[in-house]
Design a protein. Structure first.
Length: 294
């Protein structure tokens, strides 16, 4: 009798122990690892959010310049319009390489879309580039405080010497004259051809609602070539903004000094086409002031 009681007691204890000590694998994995996942994933996310807030507070949030309420993004309407057009006097355009594509040669000889040939071959106006710029005011007045020249390269490059295209042209009388020496490492607009004073140092352009203001920007190069962009700075309602001035006809802003020799030279003819010059004389295309010592 005593042995049976002892056996039943031991059996009951063993059953209770088995019920209270289930294998750990029976517990769902998400309960066992949920706390670890929260710590491993949650803390980096919180840290990233706090870091972004801190950067914004100290001014290092990733934007180099505040965007304007309108005009600085594609989704907003610009507060005024800017139209740029190339105003060529009689002169030449230089290309970095010889014109070799059959399509380009055919366009030149037939007097076709020569501007397309220039764009495809990264041409630049030789000696002087004249750009007419028209501002047209919007609904509210604003003040243009500067037009910045932003070169595409930190230093002037060698003049383009692959192909030279020389053609006649015509230009109009500008309202406001701006001059820029693109041989200068940091070119700016000045008040005259040989002036040293910056145009926008003491002057601004006030643009009233619906008003049009025309100006002519002349970029000169004698010793180098330069591609660049134009950025307009203006103030409206006491806030400063910027707006890029797109290049004419989907091309680019570029000017180059004349080279002493070119791989090939074309000259415009009365029928609108271009004729290749056989054995062109060196420097014959240069302005008279630059021919000395050539």
């Amino acid at each position: 009798m005593r042995n049976r009681t002892t056996l039943r007691t031991r059996t009951a204890r063993t059953a209770r122990t088995a019920r209270t000590t289930r294998p750990e694998s029976a517990e769902p994995w998400w309960k066992r690892h949920g706390r670890g996942l929260w710590i491993g994933v949650g803390l980096p996310v919180v840290g990233a959010v706090l870091t972004a807030v801190a950067l914004q507070l100290v001014g290092l949030g990733g934007e180099s310049e505040p965007s304007a309420a309108s005009g600085d993004s594609d989704g907003d309407a610009a507060p005024f319009t800017v139209t740029a057009r190339q105003e060529n006097e009689e002169g030449c355009t230089a290309l970095p390489d010889k014109v070799s594509a059959p399509q380009d040669r055919a366009e030149l000889v037939s007097g076709g879309d020569v501007n397309a040939v220039i764009r495809r071959n990264d041409g630049a106006r030789a000696g002087e580039l004249t750009v007419g710029i028209t501002f047209e005011g919007g609904a509210r007045s604003l003040t243009i405080t500067s037009i910045d020249i932003r070169p595409k390269s930190p230093k002037p490059q060698m003049p383009l010497s692959g192909t030279l295209l020389c053609e006649p042209g015509a230009g109009g009388e500008p309202k406001i004259q701006l001059y820029a020496d693109m041989d200068d490492p940091e070119p700016v607009f000045r008040t005259g051809e040989n002036a040293t004073q910056r145009y926008f140092k003491d002057k601004v352009i006030t643009l009233r609602p619906g008003e049009q203001v025309n100006l002519s920007a002349i970029f000169r190069a004698e010793e180098s070539s330069r591609a660049f962009g134009l950025m307009i700075r203006y103030v409206q309602d006491g806030k400063q903004h910027t707006l890029p001035a797109r290049a004419p006809s989907g091309g680019r802003y570029a000017v180059t000094g004349y080279a002493k020799r070119y791989g090939v030279v074309y000259r415009g003819s009365a029928d609108g086409g271009y004729r290749r010059v056989e054995k062109p004389q060196p420097c014959s295309w240069l302005p008279a002031a630059q021919r000395e010592g050539c």
